[in-house]
Design a protein around this ligand. Sequence first.
Ligand SMILES: [Zn+2]
Length: 189
Amino acid sequence: MKCPYCSTIDTRVIDSRLNQTSDVTRRRRECPKCEGRFTTYEHVEEVMPLIIKKDGRREPYSRLKMLEGLKKSCQKRPVTSHSIDEAATLIEKRIQSYGLKEVPSRTIGQMVMIELHKLDTVAYIRFASVYREFKDVEEFVAELQEPPVAEDDPALLVFPFAATPPAVDSAGLSKSPNAPNSQKEKHHD
Ligand SMILES: [Zn+2]
């Protein structure tokens, strides 16, 4: 994202917040050269990393696909569309918090399992049975005794590109402190 003051290309994200009611992310950025600060509003597809498919193909993240996957698992279950929306937003926040350019689809699958496990057991089993491709019933049942990967331990997630994944707080938000106001502050809307 280009600095509006000095046109330096490589600006730094100092705070990132996903709007709860829309798929727009508000980002505070700082220019490392002139220290100018500015705010951008980016759609979720623009700020999400590329998804690496099983066969190695890359494709842009699609919130619609994420929602469809969640809805399919929750079909005819007592899960509100509001909860499904919230789950999708939470997953997006977590993915963004790692700041990677590409993320394997199975990493996202793991995050979906974590959220479905919180929402509805049947929905979780539906998703997990497809996602994990269980070899036999015993293996599947054994897996179900244990909850999926702990949410507060990103080290357990699959990150072939990041040797040490960044720490994520319990809400899954980035650790950036509230950006202090700068004299150079300027809003972009
Ligand atoms: Zn600048």
